[in-house]
Ligand binder design. Structure first.
Ligand SMILES: NC(=O)c1ccc[n+]([C@@H]2O[C@H](COP(=O)([O-])OP(=O)(O)OC[C@H]3O[C@@H](n4cnc5c(N)ncnc54)[C@H](OP(=O)(O)O)[C@@H]3O)[C@@H](O)[C@H]2O)c1
Length: 298
C-alpha cells in the first residue's frame, strides 16, 4: 500500500491511542493512512494475549500525501500539536472532520487554529493504552469514546461502527469532558511523586486529592459543567480501586523525560479560575511544579 492509498481516513500520531484506533478501524476493513513522526513498517496492538498487527507503513512527510481525507483522528499529545500542523494542513479540506483524541477541554479552539478549514470535533478518550519499549501498544481496557451529539461526531461514529471501539454521542458532553479533566488533573499528582495509583491509598494523598478535586470542580461548574459533589469521591475511589501499578500518560512522559501536558490537564484550572475570580490555591502550587518538571530550566 503506498502513501496515496484510497483510504479516506487518517490517523495522525500513531502512538498509544492512535494505534488502538488504527487497529479498530483496520479490523473492520477501514485501514487508515498512518501519519507520524517516526517511520515504522507496521503497528502492533497487544490486547491481553492477542497481538493485532496493521501492516501498513507510518508516513512521516506531509508533502507526500497530496490529497485531503474525509476524517482525521488526531492523536498527538497536546504538546505536539504545533509540530503536527503540517499534517493537518495537508489532510484537511473544508469537509474534513478532525476527531481530536486528546485530553483536555480546549481541543476545539486549539486544533481549529491549525485546521481552520476543517470541522473539528472534541472527544473524551476513556480507555488506557500504553506504548511499549518494543514499539507495540498495550491496550488496558475496553475502547470507548464520548463525543458531543453533532453531525461531525456522527461521521466519527459511522467510521467506527461495528469496531471494537464504542462511540457514545452525548448531550451532556461538557460535563463528561470536565469530569475526565478532573480525573486527569488528580492523576497529575503521580507525575510529581513518580508513583502510580497505589499512592492514593495513603490518607494524606487522598485528602490532598479530594481538596484539589474540589477546587477543580468549582471551576468546572463555573464553566458550565453540571457535575455533582459525588464525582470527587468517585474519582478518588477509582484511583484507589485501580491496580497499584496503574500509571497515567503524564507519569509515563515524566519518566521518559518528555514534555508534559501540564497546561491542558492542570494549568487550565488555574487559568480558568483566574478568569472567573475563583481562588485556586492548590493549583497555584501544583502547576508551577508540573511546568518546571516539564519544561525546566535546570
Ligand atoms: N495513553 C492513554 O492511555 C491516554 C488515555 C486517554 C487520553 N490520552 C490522551 O491522548 C493523547 C495521545 O496520547 P498517547 O498516550 O497516545 O501519546 P503517544 O503514545 O506519545 O503518541 C503520540 C504519537 O504522536 C506522534 N507524533 C509526535 N509528534 C508528531 C508530529 N509532529 N507529527 C505526527 N505525529 C507525531 C508520536 O510519534 P513518536 O513515535 O515519534 O513519539 C506518537 O506516535 C494525549 O492527549 C493523551 O493525554 C491518552
Amino acid at each position: 500500500m503506498n502513501a496515496l492509498n484510497d483510504s479516506s481516513i487518517a490517523v495522525v500520531g500513531p502512538g498509544a491511542i492512535g494505534t488502538a484506533v488504527a487497529v479498530a478501524l483496520h479490523e473492520v476493513g477501514r485501514t487508515p493512512l498512518l501519519c507520524g513522526r517516526t517511520h515504522r513498517d507496521r503497528l502492533t496492538l497487544e490486547d491481553g494475549d492477542r497481538l493485532v498487527t496493521v501492516s501498513v507503513p507510518v508516513w512521516v512527510n506531509p508533502a507526500q500525501v497530496g490529497r485531503t481525507v474525509d476524517l482525521v483522528f488526531l492523536a498527538v499529545k497536546a504538546t505536539q500539536l504545533e509540530a503536527s500542523a503540517a499534517w493537518l494542513a495537508a489532510l484537511c479540506g473544508p469537509d474534513t472532520v478532525v476527531c481530536v483524541l486528546q485530553n483536555g477541554v480546549e481541543q476545539l479552539e486549539r486544533v481549529a487554529l491549525h485546521a481552520p478549514r476543517a470541522r473539528v470535533v472534541p472527544t473524551v478518550v476513556w480507555f488506557p493504552a500504553q506504548a511499549r519499549p518494543n514499539g507495540s501498544v498495550r491496550l488496558r481496557g475496553d475502547m470507548r469514546l464520548s463525543l458531543p451529539n453533532t453531525p461531525e461526531a456522527g461521521v466519527v461514529a459511522e467510521a467506527l461502527q461495528g469496531s471494537r471501539c464504542r462511540v457514545e454521542l452525548s448531550a451532556s458532553f461538557t460535563a463528561l469532558a470536565w469530569r475526565k479533566l478532573l480525573q486527569n488533573a488528580a492523576a497529575g499528582l503521580m507525575a510529581l511523586t513518580h508513583r502510580r495509583s497505589g499512592m492514593f491509598s495513603r490518607s494524606d494523598i487522598a485528602e490532598l486529592a479530594l481538596a484539589y478535586l474540589g477546587e477543580c470542580l468549582a471551576v468546572a461548574r463555573a464553566e458550565g459543567a453540571e457535575l455533582g459533589d459525588e464525582v470527587l469521591r468517585e474519582i478518588l475511589d477509582k484511583f484507589q480501586a485501580s491496580p497499584a501499578d496503574m500509571g497515567t500518560s503524564i507519569l509515563t512522559d515524566r519518566e521518559a523525560g518528555r514534555p508534559l501536558e501540564w497546561d491542558v490537564r492542570n494549568g487550565i484550572i488555574a487559568r480558568r479560575g483566574r478568569a472567573r475570580g475563583i481562588p485556586t490555591p492548590i493549583s497555584d502550587i501544583l502547576v508551577p511544579l508540573l511546568a518546571a518538571a516539564s519544561d525546566g530550566p535546570g
